[in-house]
Every structure is written in C-alpha cells, then in structure tokens.
Ligand binder design. Structure first.
Ligand code: HEM
Length: 449
C-alpha cells in the first residue's frame, strides 16, 4: 500500500482555491467548524498550507496509530502545543527527547493505578465540602465550581498542600494564560502575532508573573518541610540525576505548573459535561441513581469497577466532549504515514472530537447513549477510534487519576443530588487548548428524597 520514499505517492486531497477560502471562513468561525469542514469535504486525510506551514489532518484510526504509536519517534509535539512553552516552560506536556524521557520516568510511579488509590479519600472529602454548601437546592454556575474542586484535589493529592488562600490566584492566572494562548493560536491574531503583540499579551505576562510567584512559594514550602508524603512534588524535589544533581528550581516550576494545567481543567470539563448530559437525559440519570442506591456505602478507589453504568456515563461524556479535543504533532523527519509522505516540519492535526463523532465507529454518534459502552464496545473498536487520553508513549500520564476522580466526584454528587439544566439552549463550545464551554454551565442541584 505505501509508496517507496522517492516516489511522488498518491495525490493528496485538501483545500485549495475556493475550498481553502471555505476553510479560512470555517477557521474564523472557530477551530471546530474548521476540522469538521475538512473531514466533511475531504474525508479522513487532507493536506493544506496554513499560517506558513503544511498541515495534515488525519481522521482515520490506522493513520492516527502510526503517528501516535508506531512511528511516535519520528514526531514531536506540534507548533501550537509548543506555543504553550511561554507559559509552562519545559514540563512533561511540552518537553521532548531526553529531558522528557527522564521526567516521565520520574513522575510516572506517582500516578500509577496502585499509587493513586490513596487519593480516593481526598477526592470524596473535597467533593463533600463543596456540596455541603448547597443545602436542599442550589443553582450553580457549575463549571466554576468544578474548576475550583479539581484544582483543590490536585493541590492536595499531588502537592500535599491545602493552599486554600492561593487556589483562586492560581486558577485565575491559569485561565488568563489560557485566554491569551487562545487569542494567539485560534484567532486571526495567529497570522500577525509575530509582528504585533495581540491585545492579551499584557494579561499573559501578568499571569506568568503570578504563577512564578505562587508556584515558587509552593515549591519552597515543600522544600523546607520535606515530611514524608505520597505527593508528586516531594518526589520531584528529592529526585537526583545520574550525577546526583537535584532538579533546578526552574524545572520544578515547569513540572508543577504543567500538572496544574494538564490535571485540573481537563477533569473539571469532563465532570461538567457529564453532569450537563445527565441533566438533559433523565432516564440515564435515574439509572445512575439506581446503581448508586443499590451499591450503597462509602466509595473508594475501585468505584469505577463497582459502578459500571456511571463509568459508562464518564466514557460517553469523554467521547462526545473530549476535553483534549485535538492532538498535534510535527514530523521530525520525512516519514510515511499509510500511503502518504509527510515531510519534515509538516504539522499533523489529529481531530479527536471529529473521530469520536464518526458514524463509522459509533452508531447514532451524536446521541448520548452510555449503555453503548456496556457490552465491550471499547475492545471491538480500532485502538484510535476512541482515545480521550491520547495514546502511545505520550499517553496522558494522569489517565487513571482522572478516571478515578471523575467517577468518585460524580458518584458523590449524584448520591445526594438530582441535577437539572437551567440553560435555555444547548451548551456552546469555545475550544482553546481544552474544549471549554462558552460562558457558564448553569445547573440546579436538588437534594434527593
Ligand atoms: C479527563 C481528564 C484528562 C484528559 C481528557 C486528558 C487528556 C490528555 C491527552 C489527550 C494527552 C496527550 C496529549 C498528546 O498526545 O499530545 C494528555 C497528556 C498529559 N496529561 Fe492528561 N488528561 C486528563 C487528565 C490529566 C490529569 C489528572 C493529569 C495529572 C495529574 C494529566 C497530566 C497530563 C500530562 C503531564 C500529560 C503529558 C504527558 C507526556 O507527554 O508525557 N492529565 N492528557
């Protein structure tokens, strides 16, 4: 099937002329219309020139598997992901090569399934502290609540700190940093940002200052008090390389900030979308309540196994609204992907959001149907038809942590409350690095009888 490296290869579909104008119009409407438009017009493969780069979009699981897994060594993260370097520096998400390999090896044990079981108690405790303020009924701007909750959980479990007074500052600074990032890469500023500073540049600069300040203090606090703990931060502080050197303060800052960024907003989004979907599907919500009532008792690290329907709800929410809605790579060398020759420096878009909604893999793909996961669907699917946590060597290091948190938080809330949707129309999306909702997600929580 694949052509020899020196042959021209098959002709590549992709926009030019009028269809490129359509693609640019879609981009102006937002990145999701753009990736959906490419898939609708050209199918699983398209190639085009955009913002000075050659871009490929691969929507086919076999091709995605080649990029993310089988030929992973021939790719690095894409240019857009590396735009995050300005904010998070060289942490796990953005570093490459030897630095990434060393840091991944160091961090991985703290996030393995066995290790994170100790965090279940904190996940439930912080969720109860949130619902304790809701009383019999509460109307919430829920995505805000959810972001605060997951930030608290990450700070406690991975940094062994309560830091109540700093949570808001960190949360706001990360959001500001993300807004500025969004402006730089997902709006028309992308085409001129190298010549003129975008309007949110000062906001970005202030966010970096705040994060340096707060995270620096947090690290110094843990360096001073190295009492034993299960936290990732202590492990990073105590790590030594082959020559016995500790990690620099800068590297510690980059890793800590990366975990804040990668670990809290993604999970918060998954919780928000799952509750929003349940609020709009009373039958599914009733089934969750029945399962929780039948199970009874306190929930621990095994909640996902004990609650198969709720786990299926989480999987279905991650399918329809994958928080990491797109993955990007850049070719390090000329490389063949299926019959296509991707050249060194080409950018590859892997549109998770589009693949997860493809009717070739999911019957009635836009329907929220958790039960589709109950009869072994995941095993029957091609490996890269459903991949909310990515795959290959750069698979999400927090995937077990996130699934456990998602199920425990949902179970704790829904054990006590029924959820209703207060918005007048369907949630609109505002994708940045993550798949954010546009504005708030207003939800009503009513205590169950
Ligand atoms: C529902 C929640 C989450 C989703 C959907 C998610 C998704 C992803 C995806 C798709 C990737 C791969 C990106 C790529 O290949 O370019 C990734 C990487 C990563 N995630 Fe997550 N994530 C979640 C939660 C978490 C949590 C809780 C943590 C930390 C505790 C975390 C930390 C990371 C890190 C550090 C990386 C980079 C790993 C590397 O390149 O070695 N994520 N995540």
């Amino acid at each position: 099937m694949s052509s020899p490296p020196d042959s021209p290869g098959p002709e590549v579909p992709g926009p030019s002329g009028l269809t490129m104008a359509m693609t640019l119009r879609d981009f102006a409407r937002g990145p999701i219309p753009m990736i959906e438009g490419l898939q609708a017009r050209f199918g699983d493969v398209s190639r085009f020139r955009f913002a000075g780069s050659t871009m490929w979009q691969f929507g086919d699981p076999q091709l995605i598997e080649e990029v993310m897994l089988r030929k992973a060594g021939e790719f690095v993260k894409d240019k857009i992901t590396h735009e995050l370097d300005d904010l998070v520096g060289q942490g796990l998400l953005t570093s490459e090569g030897e630095l990434w390999r060393r840091q991944r090896k160091l961090a991985a044990p703290t996030l393995q399934r066995r290790h994170i079981q100790a965090y279940a108690e904190a996940m439930v405790r912080f969720t109860r502290a949130m619902t304790a303020e809701w009383g019999e009924q509460s109307d919430r701007a829920f995505h805000h609540d959810s972001m605060e909750l997951t930030l608290r959980i990450v700070v406690k479990t991975l940094f062994n700190l309560e830091m109540a007074h700093e949570i808001d500052r960190i949360g706001r600074a990360i959001e500001d940093g993300m807004d500025a990032f969004h402006e730089r890469v997902h709006t028309m500023w992308r085409f001129i940002k190298d010549y003129v500073d975008p309007p949110l540049q000062p906001v970005h600069n202030r966010a970096v200052e705040t994060l340096d300040d707060v995270i620096g203090e947090l690290i110094r606090e843990r360096q001073r008090d190295q009492s034993p703990g299960d936290d990732l931060l202590l492990r990073l502080i105590q790590a030594r390389d082959d020559e016995g050197h500790a990690m620099s303060d800068r590297q510690l800052r980059d890793e800590a900030l990366t975990i804040f960024l990668a670990g809290h907003e993604t999970t918060a989004l998954a919780i928000t979308y799952a509750l929003y979907l349940l609020a709009n599907h009373p039958g599914a919500q009733q089934r969750v309540h029945d399962e929780l009532d039948l199970r009874g008792g306190d929930l621990g690290a095994n909640a996902a196994n004990d609650l198969p329907y709720l786990k299926a709800v989480a999987q279905e929410a991650l399918r329809l609204y994958p928080p990491a809605w797109i993955v990007g790579r850049e070719a390090l060398v000329d490389v063949e992907v299926g019959p296509w020759r991707v050249e060194k420096g080409d950018q590859v878009i892997i549109p998770t959001f589009v693949v997860h909604r493809n009717e070739r893999f999911f019957e009635d793909p836009l329907r929220f149907a958790p039960s589709r996961w109950l009869d072994g669907l995941e095993k029957r699917l091609p490996r890269f038809a459903y991949f909310p946590f990515g795959g290959g060597p750069r698979v999400c290091i927090g995937n077990h942590f996130a699934m456990m948190e998602l199920v425990l938080v949902l179970a704790t809330i829904l054990g006590e409350y029924r959820v209703e949707d207060l918005s007048e129309s369907a949630v609109e999306l505002d994708p940045s690095v993550t798949l954010r909702p546009k504005g708030e997600v207003p939800l009503r929580f009513v205590r169950r009888a």
